[in-house]
Design a protein around this ligand. Structure first.
Ligand code: RB5
Length: 151
């Protein structure tokens, strides 16, 4: 499992907590910034991180900003990215099982470090349910993406 991580200043606290967890578990990761709490623009880090996942250089991504929302909106503009904002354990599991989400987004002003680590752990360890109905729906999303990118 190779993980790509990114955040803005609003999410750097929970990203660092997740990084500590990844190091403890010997999970390969790269942090694409930012690296402190100086104010930055989240689309920069969303794009850097999401592009690495989209290009297949990393298996999954984790993006954090103040709410998780801005950084997820930006990440979802990158081809092949299914980024989901999650605050609870059930959604962390289901977004892997049903949506095959490849980027988990969380908000450093919404959840605490302990919850961020818990959600990251669930996200990383839950496989996609390879079932016809989920594949069909994801294919429908791919079709929307193809049409949008061809404009
Ligand atoms: C930055 O202040 C904040 O707007 C950002 O972290 C994020 O919450 C946007 O969605």
């Amino acid at each position: 499992m190779r993980m790509a991580l990114g955040s803005d200043h609003g999410g750097v606290n929970i990203k660092n907590a997740v990084i500590k967890y990844l190091e403890e578990k010997n999970i390969v990761y790269k942090d694409f910034g930012c690296y402190d709490d100086n104010s930055v623009d989240y689309p920069v880090y969303a794009y850097k991180t999401a592009k690495e996942v989209s290009d297949g250089n990393y298996d999954l991504g984790i993006l954090c900003c103040g709410t998780g929302i801005g950084i997820s909106i930006a990440a979802n503009k990158v081809k092949g990215i299914r980024a989901a904002v999650v605050t609870d354990e059930f959604s962390a599991e289901m977004t892997r099982r049903h949506n095959n989400a490849n980027i988990l987004c969380m908000g450093g002003r919404v959840i605490d470090e302990k919850q961020a680590v818990k959600l990251a752990e669930i996200f990383i360890n839950t496989p996609f349910d390879v079932e016809e109905r989920h594949l069909r729906r994801l294919k429908m999303i791919d079709e929307i993406e193809k049409e949008t990118f061809s404009i």
